[in-house]
Write a protein of this length. Structure first.
Ligand code: PLP
Length: 305
């Protein structure tokens, strides 16, 4: 089936969606992006885009930090995305990648006096991490970027060198994922995921001021946990708590809810996927497919049958 992208204000076939080699964003990483999932519901024969507006609000926030002048409103961005998906006509889960970028073809590192453009495309997508067996993680030897070096609450393309280094180190050493510590030595996040642990029945996650991305899945999980009566605490997490917690998992649009079973060769809890992680994971997969009426407003239908 033909695939379409939106680039330079037009819907174009994917194979024609190209940018020049001297594009500023390519040369300097001066762009910001989102990762959004669409979930196919076989039951309803519908593709549901999860928390579309929240992702585009975060993209607009990233634009503000990056001095990108958005030419489309929140509603227009959502609408363009739904049109791209409708044109592609997928009947499977998809991953959507919108990018606002410095589109001038020019040399010179700065953020102002440049043109900005928006593009979006989508690809069929399965699991990003193997969520069935639990992840083996290592604490990264790479420190996490700091907000006053490269703003961490914006999803800036150039910042992804930091997670790419950490993830590659973890994979090279035989692990599945990396866990970043901040400069102060506290747990920050995974390579492209937020971190949660369970201790004595409480769900604990680092505060957003630890220099991490304000994850939309993180927010979703916190709401679902409260619904399930699981107390949620935002506080700093020490490295040694990674070794003593009862359960741990990573959250993200790609990772969804990915349980961790081992950190630095120490089993998490008894080394199996814990009950709170499993419960949240089960509810999450119902929610994203539009099966929970209370959260149906988070799911934007593409085909509206
Ligand atoms: C660095 C980083 N942290 C956390 C997340 C999780 O964010 P979200 O749940 O909004 O996808 C991501 C993925 O987007 C990420 O790249």
């Amino acid at each position: 089936m033909a695939r379409y992208a939106f680039l330079r204000g037009e819907f174009v076939p994917m194979e024609q969606a190209k940018i020049g080699i001297s594009t500023h964003a390519f040369l300097y990483g001066t762009a910001c992006f989102e990762g959004i999932r669409g979930y196919w519901s076989a039951k309803e024969e519908e593709l549901f885009v999860f928390r579309l507006r929240e992702h585009y609000q975060r993209l607009l926030d990233s634009c503000k930090i990056m001095r990108i002048t958005p030419k489309y409103s929140l509603d227009e961005l959502c609408d363009i995305t739904i049109q791209v998906l409708a044109k592609c006509g997928d009947r499977t889960d998809v991953y959507i990648r919108p990018v606002y970028y410095k589109s001038s073809e020019t040399i010179g590192v700065k953020l102002t006096g440049l043109e900005d453009d928006f593009l979006v495309f989508a690809v069929p997508f399965g699991e990003y991490l193997d969520i069935s067996k639990g992840l083996r993680c290592r604490v990264s030897s790479w420190l996490h970027s700091e907000d006053n070096a490269i703003p961490t609450r914006a999803k800036i393309n150039g910042v992804y060198i930091n997670p790419a280094l950490a993830k590659t180190e973890a994979l090279d050493d035989g692990y599945d994922e990396a866990i970043f510590l901040s400069k102060s030595g506290h747990v920050a996040e995974g390579s492209a995921e937020n971190f949660f642990m369970v201790r004595q029945g409480r769900l604990i996650t680092p505060p957003v001021t630890t220099g991490l991305l304000e994850g939309i899945t993180r927010n979703t999980v916190m709401e679902l946990a409260e619904d399930l009566g699981i107390p949620v605490v935002e506080r700093l997490i020490d490295r040694s708590e990674l070794y003593l917690c009862d359960e741990a998992f990573l959250t993200g649009t790609g990772a969804q809810i990915s349980p961790i079973v081992e950190v630095d060769h120490r089993p998490v809890g008894d080394g199996k996927i814990g009950p709170i992680s499993a419960k949240l994971q089960q509810l999450y997969f119902q929610v994203v497919k539009g099966e929970v009426p209370r959260y149906r407003h988070w799911c934007t239908p593409v085909y509206k049958k």
